[in-house]
Design a protein. Structure first.
Length: 266
């Protein structure tokens, strides 16, 4: 199954060893060789995507050597269970809504989603179940933004939780969604390599408390002169450093500036 990686930090940072570890998972005989994408996000987004192996990509090496710093990042490597190996079918997917760029990546296999959930005014460019899910989510969120420039965190979280329940009826529905303000992550189930079963855990969580730059793990490169940093990483499987904790099935978190603001269980 595809793999996800998300980062939220208090101050701008750059993914290094986690991105390297994620990219390595697309090498050799890995099934996650059908495309990769990484995103560095403020109110707008910078998206880097290719429909090929991340492990062999010069662009990944460029990002590792000098990618932009950010407080919000999202990465994905793809195993093409549905649709062709093309750029249009490569996550993360992006759309504009209410003057903000919204970003989405999904891991799982959602059978019949194009028939089950209407996309409203948002239409997919490719053929993946993941992009159909994203368009359907934005169609639901659009109503919130009509009544407010920025819906409250509770409004957004409640809608995302309701949407996650709908997705889980169609198959494994692990996803990350960012609206330029908050990173949302929903953990469901994924194929476990050691047992061959589709079961939790599907996402893992890693956090660091505020600490000095000298104490930071090599994964985080804060801007020079910043005395305190706080980071939350979310990934399909543990990457690079120790201390990853499994998320529970049906757990949703909302993260801003490296801090988990809310946690729901559905």
């Amino acid at each position: 199954m595809c793999e996800l990686l998300g980062m939220s930090s208090r101050y701008p940072a750059r993914l290094t060893s986690s991105l390297m570890s994620l990219a390595a998972h697309a090498g050799g005989s890995s099934r996650n060789s059908d495309g990769w994408g990484a995103l560095y996000d403020e109110r707008d987004v910078a998206v880097f995507r290719e429909a090929g192996r991340a492990s062999e990509s010069p662009l990944v090496q460029l990002l590792l050597a000098g990618g932009p710093c950010t407080t919000l990042a999202l990465g994905h490597i793809r195993h093409a269970t549905q649709s062709a190996r093309t750029l249009a079918n490569t996550a993360p997917f992006t759309r504009e809504l209410a003057g903000r760029m919204h970003v989405f990546a999904h891991n799982g296999n959602l059978h019949g989603i194009d028939l089950s959930l209407a996309s409203g005014s948002f239409q997919p460019i490719g053929e993946t179940d993941s992009e159909h899910a994203f368009c359907a989510l934005l169609g639901k969120l659009e109503a919130l933004y009509i009544s407010a420039d920025m819906p409250t965190l509770k409004q957004r979280l409640d809608l995302i939780a309701s949407f996650a329940i709908e997705l889980r009826k169609l198959g494994p529905a692990n996803f990350m969604y960012a609206d330029g303000d908050v990173l949302f992550a929903h953990a469901d189930r994924r194929l476990q390599v050691d047992t061959g079963l589709v079961a939790p855990p599907a996402l893992y969580l890693w956090q660091t408390p505020a600490m000095s730059p000298a104490q930071q793990p090599t994964d985080i490169s804060p801007d020079a002169g910043i005395a305190q940093q706080q980071v939350t990483l979310i990934a399909s499987v543990p990457l690079a450093c120790e201390g990853w904790q499994p998320m529970k099935e049906g757990e949703i978190i909302a993260v801003r500036s490296g801090e988990i603001l809310e946690t729901l269980f559905i």
